[in-house]
Design a protein around this ligand. Sequence first.
Ligand code: F3S
Length: 639
Amino acid sequence: MGKNLVEKILDKHMKSGQAIIGQEVGVSVDTVLLNDTSGPMSLLQFEAIGLQQIKCDLAVAYIDHQTLQAGFENADDHEYLRSACSKFGARYSKAGNGICHQVHLERFSRPGSLMVGTDSHTPTSGAVGMLAIGVGGLDAAVAMGGGLFYFSYPRVVRVNLTGKLQPWCSAKDIALEILRIFTVKGNVGTIIEYTGPGIATLSVPERATITNMGTETGVTTSIFPSDECTKEFFVAQQRLEEWTPLTADADALYTDTIEINLSELQPLTAAPHSPGNIQTVQQAAGLKVDQVLLGSCTNSSYRDLMVAAKMLEGKKVCDTVSVGIAPGSRQVLRMIAANGALETFIAAGVRILEATCGFCFGSGQSPKSEAVSLRTNNRNFKGRSGTESAQVYLVSPETAVAAALTGVFTDPRDLGQEYPKIELPQEFLIDDSMIIKPSGVGDIVRGPNIGLPVSKAAWKQDIKGKVVAKFEDNITTDHILPAGTLMKYRSNVPRYSEYVFNELAPQFPQLCREYAENNYGPIIVAGFSYGQGSSREHAAICPMYLGVQAVIAKSYERIHWSNLINFGIVPLVFGQEQDYERIQAQDELLIADIVKQLGSTTVVVQNITQDYEFATKLEISARQCDILRKAGLLNYTKK
Ligand code: F3S
């Protein structure tokens, strides 16, 4: 029987477990990607475990998120990362070199290899046939130390692409179509594998837009084959020796197959406030637009910015629209500077932003109150732009520029322009001088913003708990712990913990302290898809620091679920809908004999306040049970 791409890569990397869907397997890791949000804590944990030397083939830390240095905190984190990378053996991509996923795709991606990254959009490198998975920082620390990464053996869903995109439709519209089909729920444990003749019509950067945004569906990752088009990309990046062909066997099996005819797609948008809220651009046409931003790890490639520049040639952006671009990498920035496209943007009235994440997570460029903002990034959760009342729509570069020109939501097909044809360069500009190789010597620099990793105390006999807050569906890690400028406290857990649920439940930290004084462990109650969005493990660390013992939710997103276990918080699932309805904030709960119950798939919770008990599910592996029993992965790994 033939094998699909995912099976081929996993076959080479699986070191424990069996290839049975849903069963936990341990895989060896070739590459670890760190960003400057989760990276500092990951390396602090690497140190806390007692590791001294990075053992995987390659680790690269990117300074791309926290580059708005208003105050010393972010700069302290950068310096810690630089010095720790140098000491332990990781490469360090300096601020200004670009967004981790774009730079990694350009300079380090490799067909057939396996990467974990402390960023949920790590799957971007799946565009070249790499199995690239987003993880929490502690999992990354263990992988850097040569340990295995554990996850559920996936179901592989084939998306078969036929046809060819029509003018003014682009890869973002495919990514949005995938979201329309898959939605943002219920895809945990799935990998999307692309097949079909339509693939050959898509360049690697276009494939990267699709693998990047696959994250929003909740899948583990997405992957394209490595073909002649991939080879051309590697040749243009002067890395032909790192290219290998990789395709699925003709008789490979898949759990499911979905067909998409690219010729039939039309421009799409994700309307506020979810990437899964898909409409056609025609449906939104005419809506007044206040802001347009191009960039982020989704649409910041040379191809994307060249399409935008060509559309703007000799024109001015609309007087009432603020327009900005953030190139994905220094490579892209230098190439558009060299060929005159940067001048086109400046002349058209476009603001030039740093080659970083920036606006994508609300670090700058927050729009005015109640603004309509069109962005090419991948998430439009309420408030993520930094303006709670803003209406953020996710669109392709083509649709973004159409609105920048007209001032209203416009189907780019209605502009009357000829569609710019952008060829991938035969040679990209290669300059890796901002990627610093490790020296292995020197001291680790710890400024005042660099704290210590925190770990959970051992379990008491019972969890005597109290519901600290009850939330609805789709609680994101941004809800749990805000991103934006507050992220500068990420290496200082006590300080960052003061902001847990600061929008939805501002009293949360204070309530947790009060509960602790009265010997109650706080317990969070939530609906479906708890912890979706960013992989930021602080959304588990900070609640753990505040004493949270368990979450009881209807379902979880994969990375956050793992992060909860890694930090000793028990992720329970309601057995019945009515149990969610019945439980209330402030209810006193008892989970008796917790260490014993962790070994069971059913954990009984007593509601003392309302005098009833209910069963919850805890579907974890024997290894995860051990981790929880030791109150977290840090304690477990040290032991
Ligand atoms: Fe950065 Fe936004 Fe991507 S924060 S890594 S550009 S999702």
